[in-house]
Design a protein around this ligand. Structure first.
Ligand SMILES: Nc1ncnc2c1ncn2[C@@H]1O[C@H](COP(=O)(O)OP(=O)(O)OP(=O)(O)O)[C@@H](O)[C@H]1O
Ligand SMILES: [Mg+2]
Length: 548
């Protein structure tokens, strides 16, 4: 009897080992493995024409897919192909435009590993080594079933690409690129922001610092200033970029975070780093050579008003480091990141049906680590997913439902968005239908203060989250209404930034708007408390009715 039990446990262990074995991820994609793919690596610095060359190949193909790391990039490729007369579908987490076309522009996370195409483009491949998002690039590199797969990115990715392509049995071809226009480090640092000039982009590493730079620059009275940072919705980012690019609008200087490094076509003459370190969520750390080059490389764009680029800093020490980084190759990529698919998590859940999603996520990681030793793959960081899954663990959701909520674009540290996710999931679990009424309203007028602008941005992210969920759950009704409201919020955000700088305010006015912002925040908090209370009452009444 005891021996039998031991055999059963042993069999269960080896089954668990088999389903959590991530050591040969190329084998997870039979459609791609059934093709003899040619992988063409377009490698070179920023602004060297890599994406342009790969897109030419995509245009010429009978069918194809472009995978970009940002919605902005997917939109641009969609617009470029469509406006040149080539029909193109668009697929991102929050958009589906199905034109019935043979070409598709998508975000890397959304790339199909089932539909065979002639040509695929996988842009910014160096992101395969990003510990949070790299899994999507690994999946696309291994799994997109294209006869020719063009990958574009930093030459630092080559050794890793060689290793992976050797495993998939595909053929690798390397094409090297040089910058289309020169990029040089300035001879002297910038002594003061009063010296910024037309075409300058001043870089800081937080939303708050970017707005502080904008205020300081506009305070000198010479230039109006556009802004670009990660928390700004992508369409508002694009509007700011085109305002900056258009001559004679007065908005001829840009204050930006490192979000400027990717996805926008900008006519920047000079990049000015106000710092060479950033807070990465846990600690302040120095920028890597690759990060410095990615941002500095935005200066000077082939075919723009400023083809020649200059990069500088605000201290002699930073300028010295910057100049050295521009001469150095980026650090070679060490690992490609990966995560299990939902199907793999469900198989493990079959072994432990009483476990909730957070326990399954941890179990999978523990069991899979051994299989990754001695490979070039590493288990990706999934702390945000884990935090969201934990927040939702008490709700009556299937593993599949909990998983979908947990991978939504809600940052657990972004309080209004995390609260909205909890509300949406709670309403979904208890009522089965989530109407747009579940979205709380903040101010819906032009922001008169930084705080109000922040609230508009948060409201936009909440609307975006609803739309993302609506593409995965039929229960989210009223997506058109939310899309309209989201577009209105983007326009308001853009208009607010434009007019905020125009208003020269007295100290008294600034204090008044800060006071008002506090009141708005308190009102929102009260609304939130009331909604929570209302839902709790409804649930309680529901239980009581059922009991009776
Ligand atoms: N052969 C070309 N003819 C005309 N324009 C080109 C050509 N090659 C590149 N360009 C233009 O030069 C700019 C930079 O090219 P591209 O975006 O392909 O560079 P990249 O190497 O992918 O840079 P990054 O991705 O770092 O921004 C783009 O505006 C692109 O349209
Ligand atoms: Mg590119």
């Amino acid at each position: 009897m005891a021996a039998g039990a031991a055999v059963a446990v042993g069999a269960a262990d080896s089954y668990t080992e088999a389903i959590t074995d991530l050591g040969n991820p190329a084998s997870f994609f039979p459609t791609a493995r059934a093709l003899e793919r040619t992988v063409v690596a377009h490698l070179g610095p920023t602004n060297s024409g890599k994406t342009h060359a790969a897109l030419q190949e995509l245009r010429r193909a009978a069918s194809g897919i472009y995978c970009g790391p940002l919605r902005l990039l997917a939109w641009q490729v969609h617009d470029q192909l469509s406006s040149s007369g080539l029909p193109c579908n668009l697929v991102t987490g929050q958009e589906r435009r199905d034109e019935g076309a043979a070409h598709t522009a998508c975000t890397t996370e959304m790339a199909s590993t089932r539909s065979v195409v002639e040509v695929a483009v996988l842009d910014e491949i160096q992101m395969i080594a990003d510990e949070s998002r790299g899994w999507a690039f690994t999946r696309a590199l291994l799994g997109v079933p294209a006869r020719t797969l063009h990958v574009c990115g930093d030459p630092a990715a080559l050794p890793l690409l060689e290793q992976i392509v050797a495993e998939t049995g595909d053929r690798l071809e390397v094409r090297r690129y040089e910058r289309l226009s020169p990029l040089v480090a300035a001879r002297r640092p910038l002594a003061s922001l009063s010296q910024v000039q037309r075409g300058d982009c001043v870089v800081a590493f937080s939303r708050r610092d970017v707005h502080a730079l904008r205020q300081e620059i506009e305070g000198y009275g010479q230039h109006r200033c556009c802004v670009v940072y990660g928390a700004l919705p992508p369409d508002a980012r694009q509007l700011q970029a085109s305002l900056f690019n258009t001559p004679r609008t007065g908005f001829n200087v840009l204050a930006a975070s490192d979000a400027v490094g990717m996805g926008l076509n900008l006519a920047i003459r000079r990049i000015i780093f106000t710092s060479l370190s950033k807070y990465d969520g846990t600690a302040e750390r120095a920028l890597t050579t690759a990060e410095i080059k990615q941002v500095a490389g935005r200066a000077g764009r082939y075919g723009s008003r400023f083809p020649d680029g200059i990069a500088t800093a605000t201290t002699p020490e930073d300028l010295e480091r910057l100049a050295a980084a521009l001469q150095q190759p980026s650090e070679e990529l060490a690992s490609a990141y990966l995560l299990p698919s939902l199907a793999q998590l469900e198989m493990l859940h079959g072994q432990h049906p009483a476990d909730k999603l957070p326990a399954i996520l941890r179990r999978f990681e523990e069991a899979a680590q051994g299989s990754l030793a001695r490979t070039q793959y590493r288990y990706a960081r999934y702390e945000e997913q884990y935090t969201l899954a934990t927040m939702l663990r008490h709700l009556p959701l299937s593993l599949r439902e909990a998983w979908a909520f947990s991978i939504s674009p809600a940052d657990p540290d972004d309080a209004p968005v995390a609260s909205a996710l909890l509300t949406f999931a709670t309403v979904y679990a208890h009522r089965g239908r989530v109407s747009p009424a579940a979205i709380l309203h903040g101010p819906v007028h032009e922001a008169r203060s930084e705080m109000e602008l922040q609230q508009l941005e948060a409201a936009h992210r909440v609307h975006d989250l609803y739309i993302w969920l609506a593409f995965r759950f039929d229960a989210f009704t009223g997506v058109e209404e939310v899309q309209e409201r989201r577009a209105a919020l983007s326009a308001l955000i853009d208009a607010s930034i434009r007019s905020m700088g125009a208003q020269r305010r007295s100290r008294r006015q600034l204090e008044a708007s800060a006071e008002e912002a506090m009141l708005v925040e308190r009102r929102l908090q009260e609304q939130w408390d009331w909604q929570q209370r209302g839902e709790w009452l409804q649930r309680k009444q529901g239980y009581q009715k059922r009991r009776r």
